[in-house]
Design a protein around this ligand. Sequence first.
Ligand SMILES: C[S@@+](CC[C@H](N)C(=O)[O-])C[C@H]1O[C@@H](n2cnc3c(N)ncnc32)[C@H](O)[C@@H]1O
Length: 350
Amino acid sequence: MEKIELKLIKEINKFGYIPVSKFMEISLFDPDDGYYVSQDPLGKEGDFVTSPEITQIFGEIIGAWSIDVINKINSKLSFQIIDLGGGKGTLLKDIERISKGNKISFGFLEINKNLIKIQKKNIPEAKHYKTISEIPNLPTIFIGNEFLDVFPIRQYKKVNKQWKEVFISIENNQFCYSYNNIESKKLFEDYKDTIPQGADFFEINTMTKKILTDISIFLKRNNGISLFIDYGYLKGYGDTLQAVKNHKFVDPLSFPGVSDLTAHVNFSHIIKEVNSLGMNFFGTTTQRDFLIKLGARERLEILKKSTNSEKTKIDLEEGLCRLIENSQMGELFKVCAMSPKNKLIPEGFD
Ligand SMILES: C[S@@+](CC[C@H](N)C(=O)[O-])C[C@H]1O[C@@H](n2cnc3c(N)ncnc32)[C@H](O)[C@@H]1O
C-alpha cells in the first residue's frame, strides 16, 4: 500500500469521511509523498504531456505575445516572466530563446523538487519561488499553463432535490463516494449564483480565489498581466474529477499519490473573481483561436522551411495540429488573462 493511502485512511477514520478537496490535497500536496511534491509527472515517461512539451510553437507564440505586452506597457522597463507551475521549464526556455535582446528576467513558481532540478538545468539563471509573496517587485508577466486545474475542488450533488456535499469514505476496504450535509457552506453560498439551471452536480475550486487575489494584488502594485491556459468550461456542470496515470485515465480514487488528480476549470468562476477584484478580464477564447490569431500557422511554415528533415516537418505539423484541432486540445483548452485596470489590450482576445 502507498504511504499516501495510509495517510488518507488515517484522516478518513477520524470522522468517517473527508471532502473531495481533502482527498486531493493529501494525494497531491502532502509535503513528503504528495504527487506534485514527489513525482516526476510530465513527458513520455511520466503520466501526461502538456502543450509546451508537444511543440516549441506553443512557447514561441506565448513568448511573442509576452514581448508584445511588454512593448505595449513600456519596453524601457525591466520585466520578469514567471511561469506558474513551470513543469520541465520547456515553455520558459522557448520564451527565453525568442525574447533574447529584451530586458527580461525569468522565474518559476514551483513546489516539485524533481521538476525544480529539471527547470534549473533548462534555465540556469531563472529564480525559484514557492509563493507569490517571495517574487521581487517588478512589472511581471505570469503564465499559468495547466496550473489552475491542479488545485483541490469541493463537489456537490443534488440528492432528492437537495444539494449535498460529496465526501470520500471507506467501504469494503476501498475508497468510495458518500453524500452528506454541506460542510463548506460559505464557499457554496459564494458560488451558488453560478450554478446553471437544471444542474445536479457542481464543483468549486477551493484555491481559485486565493491565487487570483495574490496575483492581482501583485499586479496592481507592479503592473503586468497574468495569462491562464487550461482545460475547462464556461457554462457546463458535472463531475470532472479525473485521474491520469501513464497517459491513461484511471479511477480517481484508485491511485492516490501516484496519479495526476485534477478537475476541469470553471472559467465562469475565474470571471467572477477577476471582476470582484477590480481587474480587467480578457477572454475567454479557445486555445485554437488564440494560437491561430497570434500566428501559429505562419510560425509552423517558417520552422518547416528551416529544416531539411521530413520527420521534423511532420512532427511540427502533428504537434500544432494536436494543439489547435477542436477534437484534440483546440476547443477544450481555453485562454484568458487579467491585468490591472489600465489601457493595455493584449493580443489574441477580441
Ligand atoms: C499540470 S503541470 C503543468 C506544467 C507546465 N505548466 C506545463 O505546461 O508543462 C502543473 C505544474 O504545477 C506545479 N504545481 C502544482 N501545485 C503547485 C503549487 N501549489 N505552487 C506552484 N506550483 C505548483 C506542478 O509541480 C507542475 O509543475
